[in-house]
Design a protein around this ligand. Sequence first.
Ligand SMILES: NC(=O)c1ccc[n+]([C@@H]2O[C@H](COP(=O)([O-])OP(=O)(O)OC[C@H]3O[C@@H](n4cnc5c(N)ncnc54)[C@H](OP(=O)(O)O)[C@@H]3O)[C@@H](O)[C@H]2O)c1
Length: 386
Amino acid sequence: MSSFAFIIHPIAPKRDVARKYPFLGTILPEGVVHFLSRFWPPVYLSRVVGGRSEATGQEIEGWLIAVPYTAQRMLALPTHEVYRKIVAAGELAERLGAKVLGLGAYTSVIGDGGLTIARELDIPVTSGDSYTAAIAVRATRQAASMMNIELSKTTLAIVGATGAIGGAVAQKLGPEAGQVLLVGRRAERLTQVAERVQAQGAHDVALTQNIADLREAEVVITVTSAGGGLVKPEYLRSGAVVCDVSRPRDVSWQVAQMRNDVLVFDGGLVTVPGTVDFGFDYGLPPGLTFGCMAETMTLAFEKRFEDYSLGKDLTLEQMDEIDGLASKHGFRLAALRSFERKLDEAVIARVKACASRGGPLPGNDNVPSVDDITSQVRVGGQEVGK
Ligand SMILES: NC(=O)c1ccc[n+]([C@@H]2O[C@H](COP(=O)([O-])OP(=O)(O)OC[C@H]3O[C@@H](n4cnc5c(N)ncnc54)[C@H](OP(=O)(O)O)[C@@H]3O)[C@@H](O)[C@H]2O)c1
């Protein structure tokens, strides 16, 4: 049977340790969990069963493995030390018999986008970023259409355009927009991305290092590794559609609390073909997963045991290829979700009504509380608002 392994990492240290080790998670203070994580080996979490290709009928099996660092811990530690732990997780995947390995969330953000890790391992490695980008593009088109926004007449902003997923999304969706606004921290890299977006056919491409310029955009895709809460309520214009691909989320929980006139949704969620059981609750409803894991599973279905989506410059060719392959095997864009809830017609109608009067209405009763939001567990992220 073809197989894969996927590496995830904890979000809120105490809570997530408790998911695997209830006693330790209860008694150990957060600081001690952080301290011990440096010495803790990679953790076998579960066996994944029940994924079945729509095209071939074949089943695959997989394994979830945790690297015991939070996103913040990975950013703070020397890169070579983080690599060492991820490589150890990859070696565990090899011993389990996995044929391809996916790097979840920050395990591919750290360093060079998986290139060094892939060199250290015998098993083929993917960041899963190409399919994540493809799915974010689809989700954004769908959400814009739900809000009656014509992309060709509006400004599309990409926050984190200098990153792997951001750059790919900008090249794919940029040519469909009236104007493209690339938001990033490094002017030189932004210029390079702008040239690529123009080469794909976009005529009007603007650059900014000031995130407050987001107010110009009707459609926003945000995909940074800022660690959460980067996009604040005051940066968004009324009626904006915001696709948040980042884990931890870029969009601040305050947006859910204060801005019922904008439509924020999770980018990158797909349904898995078959009756998949991940064997571990990583915070999504049954049958759903993230684009990065879906890319890893697709490579397993396809028996494409080769490195994929590595580095910080993804190609549109790979993005289109993996999108086609995932679709062939039965992965589909999931119903859009916003701050842990399914985005239903009532929410969309409310956003439209608020936006048409030019701002939020009082009584944001359809949005979750901060407790709702922070009580959720995510693959490789941390809770919003921390
Ligand atoms: N939903 C999913 O299925 C899924 C799958 C994979 C990854 N992800 C998430 O997607 C995000 C991006 O992943 P990636 O692989 O594209 O990462 P990446 O290549 O490292 O890109 C990260 C981007 O974030 C920017 N950034 C970092 N800190 C920032 C800050 N404080 N303010 C503004 N911009 C900042 C970087 O800017 P510089 O160029 O200036 O450093 C870069 O443009 C991560 O949050 C990751 O966890 C989600």
